[in-house]
Design a binder for this molecule. Structure first.
Ligand code: MTE
Length: 319
C-alpha cells in the first residue's frame, strides 16, 4: 500500500514554519474543547466550535502518511474564500452559508447496495475511522490551497454501504432546499449539486470524506457536515454538504456537466498540459500568497492514482 512509502511530494523544510504555527493552533483548539479558553474567547470561530455537536471529536490524530510539498494555507484564507454556488457565485459566501442547518443531518445510502439505509451524521462519525490528513486542493479556476482535513476514508463508507458487484459508480448529492440556500432559487442551475466517482476511484486511499478542517468541525461555507475530498481532481468534484450516496451502473451527469459540458467533464483529473477552453492550467495561484507555481499532473498524486486510468486513455480524463 502506497502510504508506507515516502512520496515524491514530501514536506520541504520551507513548509515547516507554517506547520509549527498550525500545531500551536491545534493545542489552542484542544484547550477550547476542554472549555478552558472558550468562555474568554468571543470570536465567531469559537462560537462555531461550541455550536457543532461533533466539536468534542476534534482535533483528530494526524495520519502522517499524507504529507505536503508546501506550506499550509492560512486558515482564514481557506475558510473565507469559497465556492458554494448554493450560497452565491462570489467567493464571499460565509455570511449566506450561515443559513445551512447542519443538524439533524441524514445521509441516505441507496441504489445497488445489499440493503438501502439512512444514517444520522453523528452515528456515522461514531462508526468511521476518523483521522486528519494534509492535502493539496487545486481548483479548476487555477488557484490552490493546502489544508488539514479531518474525516475518514471514503472506502470505509463504501464498505458500510455494501454495494453490489454490479455497481460501477457512486453518485453523491448535496441537499436541495431553496429555503436554506437562496442560490438554489436560480432555476437555470441543475440542482442538486451532483458528483460521482467510479467504485475504483472511491476505493482509492486518497478519496476522503471531510468532516472538519484545521482541527475543528467543518465550517458551513466549506461544506459541513460531510464533503468529498479528492485531491487529484479539480476542486469542483469535491461536492459539499452531502445528503446521499447512490450506487449505480450508470455514470451520472454531474452539476458542471449539466451546466457546461463543453468545459467540464466527469473525470476532471488535474493536468497542466490540457488547458481549460478559456485559460491555461499550467500554473496555479497559491491562496494567501503572491506565489504562482507550476501545476502538477494529478495535482502531484500520480503515484497513487495513475493506475486507476489505465485502459481509459480514450476518455476525456482531464477536464
Ligand atoms: N459543492 C457544492 N455543493 N456547491 C459548490 O458550488 N463548489 C466546488 C466544490 N464543491 C461547490 C461544491 C468547487 S468549484 C470547489 S473549488 C470546492 O467545492 C471549493 O471548496 P472550498 O470552498 O472548501 O475551498
Amino acid at each position: 500500500m502506497w502510504v508506507h512509502r515516502r512520496p515524491s511530494w514530501h514536506l520541504k523544510e520551507s513548509a515547516a514554519t507554517a506547520e509549527a504555527a498550525y500545531l500551536n493552533r491545534r493545542e489552542l483548539i484542544a484547550g477550547l474543547a476542554a472549555g478552558s479558553i472558550l468562555a474568554a474567547s468571543g470570536t465567531a470561530q469559537a462560537q462555531r466550535v461550541s455550536d457543532d455537536p461533533s466539536a468534542k471529536l476534534y482535533p483528530l490524530k494526524r495520519n502522517e502518511a499524507f504529507v505536503l510539498d508546501r506550506a499550509l494555507t492560512d486558515e482564514k484564507e481557506a475558510t473565507t474564500y469559497n465556492n458554494f454556488y448554493e450560497y452565491g457565485t462570489s467567493k464571499s459566501i460565509v455570511k449566506a452559508a450561515e443559513q445551512l442547518k447542519i443538524r439533524p443531518w441524514t445521509l441516505k445510502i441507496s441504489g445497488m447496495v445489499e440493503k438501502p439505509f439512512e444514517i444520522g451524521v453523528d452515528d456515522l462519525l461514531a462508526k468511521m475511522p476518523l483521522e486528519e490528513r494534509l492535502y493539496r486542493h487545486r481548483c479548476v479556476e487555477a488557484w490552490s490551497m493546502a489544508v488539514p482535513w479531518s474525516g475518514f476514508a471514503l472506502k470505509a463508507l463504501v464498505d458500510l454501504a455494501k454495494p453490489l458487484g454490479s455497481a460501477k459508480y457512486v453518485v453523491m448529492k448535496t441537499f436541495n432546499d431553496p429555503s436554506m440556500a437562496s442560490g438554489q432559487k436560480a432555476f437555470f442551475y441543475p440542482w442538486p449539486y451532483t458528483e460521482g466517482l467510479t467504485i475504483a476511484e472511491a476505493g482509492n486511499d486518497l478519496a476522503f470524506i471531510g468532516t472538519g478542517i484545521y482541527g475543528k468541525p467543518m465550517p458551513k461555507q466549506n461544506g459541513a457536515p460531510l464533503r468529498l475530498v479528492v485531491p487529484w481532481k479539480y476542486g469542483f468534484k469535491s461536492v459539499k454538504s452531502i445528503v446521499s450516496l447512490e450506487f449505480s451502473d450508470k455514470r451520472p451527469k454531474t452539476f458542471w456537466e449539466g451546466l457546461q459540458e463543453s468545459e467540464y467533464g466527469f473525470w476532471a483529473n488535474v493536468n497542466p498540459n490540457v488547458p481549460h477552453p478559456r485559460w491555461s492550467q499550467e500554473f496555479e495561484r497559491v491562496l494567501g500568497t503572491n506565489e504562482r507555481v507550476p501545476t502538477k499532473l494529478f495535482n502531484g498524486y500520480g503515484e497513487q492514482v495513475a493506475e486507476l486510468y489505465k485502459g481509459l486513455e480514450k476518455e476525456r480524463l482531464w477536464a
